[in-house]
Design a protein around this ligand. Structure first.
Ligand SMILES: NC(=O)C1=CN([C@@H]2O[C@H](COP(=O)(O)OP(=O)(O)OC[C@H]3O[C@@H](n4cnc5c(N)ncnc54)[C@H](O)[C@@H]3O)[C@@H](O)[C@H]2O)C=CC1
Ligand SMILES: O=C([O-])CC(=O)C(=O)O
Length: 310
């Protein structure tokens, strides 16, 4: 990949940019932000880590949307994070205006790019970008489940004492309190977690995963999470750049899968060089299906709110 742009050089955007540079996923990283001088400053700061991490890709920042020109991938982290006590949906009204403006910049300056949405509420905003661009869902998708699954894996590692390297997890649904951790698809080197953990402990891990973002926000106080979110973005970029065809939970527009359409939410996707290659339909049991439907109802409420703002 030649050029990756990040719109929103805030905490998540900067963290992601640093990892992308260190890993040299592309030859050029562009940072676009509305704060005067800030994207230039962040770009320089990242560039000056090059001798330590041994990369030589270009890193530039600007307030001028033309910096997006020729991007292969645009990552959108622009927008307000929630404050303690708020839900992610509480920033919908302020962030939809930002996301619309950013989408128009992408349409004008990077019409061939793929778009990875991170800004919250990520399901509704990903939906918004699919509608405003009219692009195929393979090119417009969001990050949520990769982060939620990594949180769940770290909780399982803490509870069991096993290495996080051996733990695989799956979290579906909307990126909110109704998200759906699926313990049936969580293993430690292929062994179901129920082999090591009681139902009660698994329920507690599910609940902690659902509230994972709020837990960090309450502890950090003046910022929501950005280290793990930045790493989650980088994991998705890695899958795309290296055409790994990884099975990752992504926010994707549903076209009948899981009995849902005209909605974007977290589902397992095959992620590779063309973006979301396909949505994989897992055979959910009755409880998982009910939880997924409850989550879809919550996301739909946000989408309705979006429509009323148009
Ligand atoms: N999907 C996920 O898993 C996660 C989503 N988030 C979300 O990502 C977003 C960013 O979070 P942080 O980086 O912590 O916030 P932040 O406040 O540190 O950064 C946001 C940046 O967006 C910029 N911005 C605002 N309007 C803009 C515009 N029109 N064009 C370009 N840039 C603009 C701001 O100047 C600021 O630098 C929030 O909405 C947050 O809730 C955060 C963590 C995880
Ligand atoms: O909690 C938030 O608002 C930020 C976020 O989406 C996360 O860390 O999962």
């Amino acid at each position: 990949m030649r050029k990756i742009s990040i719109v929103g050089a805030g905490r998540v955007g900067e963290t992601a940019a640093q990892i992308l540079a260190e890993e040299e996923y592309c030859r050029e990283i562009a940072l676009l932000d509305v704060r005067e001088d800030v994207p230039e400053g962040i770009a320089l700061d990242i560039l000056q880590t090059a001798p330590f991490f041994e990369f030589d890709c270009a890193v530039q920042g600007s307030n001028d949307p033309r910096i997006l020109k020729d991007s292969d991938l645009v990552i959108v982290t622009a927008g307000f994070p929630r404050k303690p006590g708020m839900s992610r949906a509480d920033v919908l009204e302020s962030n939809v205006r930002i996301i619309d403006e950013v989408t128009d910049h992408i349409l004008a300056h990077a019409p061939n790019a793929m778009v990875l949405i991170v800004s919250n509420p990520v399901d509704a905003l990903t939906y918004r970008v699919t509608q405003r661009t009219g692009w195929d869902r393979s090119r417009v998708f969001g990050q949520a489940g990769v982060l939620d699954a990594s949180r769940m894996a770290s909780f399982i590692a803490q509870e069991t004492g096993f290495s996080a390297l051996d733990i695989t997890t799956m979290v579906l649904g909307g990126h909110g309190d109704t998200m759906v951790p699926v313990p049936r698809f969580c293993t430690i080197n292929g062994v179901p977690i129920s082999y090591f953990l009681t139902e009660e402990r698994i329920d507690a891990i599910n609940e902690r995963t659902r509230k994972g973002g709020a837990e960090i926000l309450a502890l950090r106080k003046n910022s929501s999470a950005y280290d793990a979110p930045g790493a989650a973005v980088a994991a998705m970029v890695d899958a795309i750049v290296n055409n790994r065809r990884r099975l990752l939970p992504c926010v994707a527009l549903l076209e009948g899968e899981y009995g849902e359409a005209d909605i974007a939410m977290g589902v397992p996707c095959v992620l590779g060089e063309k973006g979301v290659e396909s949505v994989v339909e897992l055979d959910l049991n009755a409880r998982e299906r009910a939880d997924f439907e409850r989550s879809a109802t919550a996301v739909r409420k946000e989408i309705e709110q979006l429509r009323s703002l148009s």
